[in-house]
Ligand binder design. Structure first.
Ligand code: PLP
Length: 405
């Protein structure tokens, strides 16, 4: 999965270019920087690679979501529909702009269930935010038609699915805006970083200003810039952008390895008839960062997880149902609205509402799925060994179930 596994000479070279000049900031210092503009270059490379018209780099994927929501005008009183299975960053960003996160069920794509989305629409709904989890995509066709029908914005959280495509277009470039994260464990990394992708010039221009204290970047120097609206500081540094520039150039290499390792592991797990796989709306577009597979029941899945743990091979295999950071079940801080600063009482009530909401449809999916992270470093031998160990664990559990049945 992560580009950090192959950190090397090219990353070091780009970082050294920046260290040579000592200009670590992305804006200004035109003379002393001697033509080194890593953030600008990375933005151009991102537009080029993914076919987006505009890209605004920021300091994290979370900052990218916050920036995109602000640039799309999402705020007080607006509801944003998002999935129950994601990373906490998705609802954090919605709360940070004062909007209401409305979490709804996922289906066997492990992403937003379009039926649940429709049921959640109210006059306050402003935006639908699919999260393309674990390298693969939400049903964007269904979601796009819902957005069109109800005049809603589509913001793609593609933080985990860099390089994945839907009907030939890269995830993150299909909605009104999209985001990638370049944190340390993502498909390509800057150490920390993120980007807002969009094909709308105004969304880009406001993202650019918002992420740098509202600077319009039109002055002869930073001091002469105007501030047409209030912004914040979500800037990326040149050092981080330098790492990303090396990594984006290596994306085809990373994706090719992921595809190869993913199909090798899938072929082994496919030998067990009781194992089924995640539904992928456009299978050819999978970025293959994870292989997500289902077992017939929650009991069997829990027993398999316990068996993988007992055999010391659980690492790299994620059981999200019991995970503190990715699934609603363990988000007590959200369900109790535990924040350090006071929220508007209406927002707080809407957040607490999640404690009593029915997520049994999500539970039925998430309690049966295991996602195996695909490493870029595996040898064929290691994949075989890993796959066979997983298969043996599953068979052992299935045999014990039959014996007690
Ligand atoms: C990683 C991630 C983010 C946030 O990215 P950071 O760069 O870590 O802030 C947002 N959404 C999803 C789905 C992620 O996996």
């Amino acid at each position: 999965m992560p580009g950090f596994e192959l950190f090397g000479a090219s990353e070091r070279k780009h970082v050294n270019d920046v260290i040579e000049t000592g200009i670590l900031m992305r804006y200004g210092f035109d003379g002393p920087r001697k033509g080194i503009w890593k953030a600008k270059e990375l933005e151009a490379a991102i537009c080029d690679t993914f076919g987006a018209q505009y890209a605004q780099l920021v300091s994290s994927g979370t900052a990218a979501l916050t920036t995109a929501l602000s640039a799309l005008g999402v705020g007080y009183g607006d509801e944003v529909i998002m999935p129950s299975f994601t990373f906490v960053a998705s609802f954090e960003a919605v709360l940070s702009v004062g909007a209401v996160p409305v979490l709804v069920d996922v289906d066997d794509t492990l992403t937003l269930d379009p039926v649940a989305v429709r049921a959640a629409i109210t006059p306050q709904t402003k935006c639908i935010m699919p999260v393309h989890m674990c390298g693969s995509m939400a049903d964007l066709e269904a979601l796009q038609s819902i957005c069109k029908e109800h005049k809603l914005l589509l913001l793609e959280d593609a933080c985990q699915s860099i390089g994945a495509k839907f009907n030939g277009k890269y995830l993150g470039t299909i909605g009104d805006a999209g985001t990638f994260s370049f944190d340390f464990v993502k498909t390509i990394t800057c150490a920390e970083g993120g980007v807002v992708l969009t094909n709308h010039k105004d969304v880009y221009t406001t993202s650019d200003g918002y992420s740098d204290h509202g600077h319009d970047h039109l002055g002869v120097d930073r001091g002469a810039d105007l501030h047409p609206f209030i912004g914040y500081n979500y800037r990326i540094s040149e050092l981080h952008a330098a790492v990303g520039l090396a990594q984006v150039q290596r994306l085809p290499e990373f994706l090719a390895i992921q595809h190869k390792n993913h199909s090798a592991l899938k072929a082994i797990l496919s030998q067990v008839p009781e194992i089924s796989f995640r539904r992928i709306p456009d299978p050819a577009g999978d970025s293959c960062t994870f292989l997500s597979w289902f077992l017939p029941t929650a009991e069997i899945t829990e027993a398999v997880v316990a068996e993988l743990k007992a055999q010391n091979i659980l690492a790299g295999n994620f059981y999200w149902y019991n995970n503190n950071w990715h699934y609603i079940r363990k988000w007590d801080h959200l369900k109790q609205s535990i924040t350090l600063n006071a929220l508007h009482p209406d927002l707080k009530a809407a957040v607490i509402h999640h404690a009593t909401k029915d997520f049994s449809a999500s539970d039925a999916i998430m309690s049966r799925v295991i996602s195996s992270a695909i490493s870029l470093l595996w040898t064929e031998e290691q994949i075989k060994e890993r796959g066979e160990k997983i298969v043996a664990a599953v068979k052992k559990v299935l045999a014990a179930q039959t014996a007690t049945a």
